[in-house]
Design a protein around this ligand. Sequence first.
Ligand code: GLN
Length: 299
Amino acid sequence: MSTEPIGRGSTSGESHPSGSHATSPYGTPGYRPAHARPDDTDTYVAIVDEAAADVAAASHLDGGSSSALRIVWLYPDLLSTYGDRGNLLILVRRAQVRGLAVEAIEVRSDQAVPADGDIYLLGGGEDGPQALAAQRLAADGGLHRAIDRGAAVLAICAGYQLLGRSFFAKGAKYPGLELLDLDSDRGPSRAVGELVGEPDPALGLPTITGFENHGGRTHLGPGVRPLARVSAGIGNDGTTEGAWRDKIVGTYMHGPALARNPALADLVLGWATGAQLTPVDDTWPGRLRSERLGAVRTG
Ligand code: GLN
């Protein structure tokens, strides 16, 4: 398999800081931006560093364990904006605290997509990389085979749009992967800012919160259900946000989505493992959720 472990010699040659850090998503253990406050931020950075170390430990050089939960991060060289890598860190962490063995596998766009993963992650991206990613994923076929086997998928923004039948990029219409019954066109303006929604009751999730930045608008067919009804922001079209069917969920939420919505992380982990997951301490995600939801209500 021509996949490469996360954090070990992965150099995609692009400028986005994703996929090449063994210990910290910032590149240096303990690094935090100069403008960051020294109080909560220190704790936050420690948590993120620990999660990144978990991912490095979960990465494998020589095939790994066949019983481990395999989480495949697709095309971080093309699709990874607004902290989307955090979704991988969070899934790895939340699986490990439940005692699950995890393998985290990074697959760049010039590599074959393994079909034997349990969870596939797709991030957001600008129009050009999005179109290229769709073309390469269609030609590869590995993601389709994985879904046929019953793999779970979490797709964000550009990654979400390209799972549909069609999407627009740089003024042209592109074919999607036809894995979700939806089409995306262009809206009158970019949708930028906080996104809040009340999820499909069938999913048993609390209010969702994320950051959106997209030019596309998405129209759902009968083969998918909306992830949520929008209460702030635009999402798909100002009324609904995201879509899901079976074990595939797509959303416009960055943030990263799973940091703000740990219940969504557990939904995907539950889909992949078939297990009833034990509760974990969500004090920190809870504080983040309160802060972000409060910012929308008071803003
Ligand atoms: N290029 C897509 C759009 O603008 C997706 C953007 C994104 O992933 N943030 O709609």
